[in-house]
Design a binder for this molecule. Sequence first.
Ligand code: ADP
Ligand code: MG
Length: 696
Amino acid sequence: MAAALPVFPLSSKVTALRGVGPAFAQAFEDAGITTLKELLWSLPYRYIDRGTLQKIGELDTRWSPDREPVTVLGTVKDLRSTTTRVQRMALTEVLLQDGTGTIRLIWFNQGYLAKALRPGDRILAFGPVAMGRGGLEMRGPAFENMGKAGDEENLWIRRFLPLYRKLGPITGRFRQRLVQEALARAADPGEWLPPDLARGYPDTLGALRLLHQPPDDSDAALLDAHATPAHQRLACEELFAFSLGVSLRRAGRLARRGQRVPTSPELRERLKGFLPFRLTGAQRTAFREIVEDLTSGRVMHRLLQGDVGSGKTLVAFLAMAMVAETGGQAALLVPTEVLARQHAATFRRILAGEAGRMELLLGPMKAAEKRAALSRIASGEAAYVVGTHALFQEAVAFHRLQLVVVDEQHRFGVRQREALKEKGLDPHWLVMSATPIPRSLALALFGDLEQSVLDELPPGRQPITSRLLEPDRAERAWELVERELQAGHQAFVISPAIDPQDETKVPLRDIQAMEGLLRAQFPDAAIAVVHGRLKADELASRMDTFVKGEARILLATTVVEVGVDVPNATVMVVDHAERFGLSQLHQLRGRVGRGSARSQFIMLSASENERLRVLTETQDGFRIAQKDLELRGPGEFFGTRQAGLPRFQAADLVRDRKLLLTCKDAAEKALARGLTDPQKDWLKQEQARLKLAEIS
Ligand code: ADP
Ligand code: MG
């Protein structure tokens, strides 16, 4: 029958499939699926291996201490929803029968289930089994509604049953049917991978078939781990398409004419005059690389990576000075106002008598003040501009913007760059990152930027002593703080939460409670308390009391995470350290150890001590980032920045990092040879899904 149906190219809309009307098309679109290709690339979230299906009557009726999940298939005999007496939670109970026995499935607070299930439905349920009061039960099992009895007959002609997530009104079962139809009707796209990459893998449709209809002899463990050759083929396709996008962008950028910044012996002398210190070797190398870019006539896109405290700001300043001292304008973009003010102060100090050439632009400014700032920026009188995202607003016109430095945040991404282009600006870009990341991830996150690495700390740094303390030994932490305060130093205390109920039910000491504790412990010390809910100017003025040394203790949420520089602060205590990522803690730690005195970093935590111990063992940001990445995966690791990562279905940026580099090389070769038609088609189709337009 399938042979009689028309064949569709992968770029066909899902509405070409039977049963996909406007409502379903919308639900698919909401999930990023508009074409057959996208439908087929949305892989099953799980496979049920018929061999592991258990008969209810044969389930171990003893309480299973390891709570190993089991899978059963049965018919709904009875369905009840009630409310628990004590906590008034909705309780849904299903009695499931399979001819050998009966088991109770129980869900809390999922009242909608009562409507989604009907007596007579066939349910595939998986979860750990326990002995309840009324016999065997599964609490909160994952399940799949297989519909009426008899429906599933043709499902089990194979050993593996692929399961798909429900998308709004589209059930997993229906999706499965659509996928089968799409597979039967999809036109072969032809081999588009270069032979070197494709070797040893099935072709595109072959791989998709293997994953949507795994043959009985598939390796269940590899399927579950997404590590079959078919998965690898698809991962390779994603990474190759992505790499092509990156390389094309890069080629486009290199072909553009960049603003050439002139250099001269006088300029070099002038820059030297600015230097408050002797540059480290790493700073010198990085700056030389930047100078080469700025004088090359191409558009610079460079990533400056360096551990906390490695001195990125000074390198950024020098780059800006290159431009600003030769008649251009340079802007430094930072994520927060606190940081913007701090950088502005640093720059003013360096510029000394000429501090008037520096302009600070923030979101909330008095109207008259802002007008004046805008006019100095427009006239070019402000050669150095420091600001938050306010810098990208419509009203900001530059006289001759030649360089943008982005601190810490890749959220100032392509959109802002596009906004600048619309204003007719095509400046050089320098992105600074304090989270050292492997090359493959930098590629995925930033596109193909040139990279400079500050792998050396300025001289004279004292190592930081890091400790991990159980909360019942917190007294020890306060003793250390007391000692530092006595010696005339200052202290940071970091609290993870503004409210006790903050996004978790685990009891958490909030910042108010910590403030009470600190005031009791240190009655004579002035304490500044800052968190993200303060108005910007209030936050800034409180921070300022700490920077000036009036406040001796800064109690803060992670607003201090990036960049705050107070060399007299020699001790930091992080409460509930388990709530933070390793890289984040490393960043926090970088706030101390900036002066010549020995510093202390203390984590208070009752759990996850295994993970946190890494920080007591090394101060190498690269190693910590790598560990963090392995533990949490790139999504968590990058936090808000993950929005900039391409949405790969099969590829995993941590696991497949070598493959990404291989694909990048292959992409460059393919571009040098000229793309084939299938490659061009493929790239066009992947544009949206892989966010190719958003690559730097
Ligand atoms: P990063 O932004 O990379 O974390 P910063 O630029 O804030 O680091 O520099 C950290 C500290 O080191 C600052 O106090 C800065 O003044 C100082 N510093 C920077 N470069 C040097 C240098 N070459 N020699 C001595 N101190 C330096
Ligand atoms: Mg910094």
